[in-house]
Design a protein around this ligand. Sequence first.
Ligand SMILES: [Zn+2]
Length: 262
Amino acid sequence: MAQGRKNVFSCAANFLRGKKCVFCGSFKVSKTGRGYVRCRHMGCGKQKSLKRIRMEIAIVQGFYQQQPAYRLSHDLGCDYKTITRVYQKIREAIYHVAELEGGKLNGEVEMDESYFGGRRKGKRGRGASGKNIVFGLLEREGKVYTRVVEHVSKEELMAIIRKKTRKGTVYYTDTFRSYNSLHRFGKHHRLNHRKAFAYKGKNHINGIEGFWSFAKHILYNYRGVSKYHFPMYLKEVEYRFNHRNDNLFKLFISIYFGYVSP
Ligand SMILES: [Zn+2]
């Protein structure tokens, strides 16, 4: 990330001093005798104790820095379960924000599937049991879209491709058979992993492969996540990747106070 540490967190300074409303960003706030910050902006009018605001911002900061909940609870002197609950709620909100903001992908699109979690024993790769199968589409030099899939069937993948890309798109995939009818939808380049010479010039899926390693690096900290919760963790990773050049902490703050905080 290009931004310095100080720069990243400076956006919270006015919130922490009780000079700016955490909900609407208005500077028309006043402090009450009981240590509450009250917003005087029309249509907002919310209030919250400054102590509480500071605690919640510290938790969002911990989430941004991917601090384990137990460590953060120790650092903040706050209940472990509270932190876990807040983390989970931020993740849910990110899930919805990510799904809402993602339109169709533009330009050239790389696609691939990857396998997360599960035990190493038994079948690996396609058809492996107990693993989370993820289908990913990446717009070159742009954003990624991921989806947990059940069987990696042609129907399943094509439905997502139709939803997330436009007809006539240039696609890059490997030689997996579920992509067999893709040429009817756009221009399809297939790469054979076994043939090194296939990777030439634009003929590669390095972008989506780069995303898989980014995702695995982050999700390694969350190993042991249940199948039920996995899609939420995955969307968090997608969101972090798609906003890698933005101030993520600032975005998390607005998601938290926009959707989670009462
Ligand atoms: Zn306000």
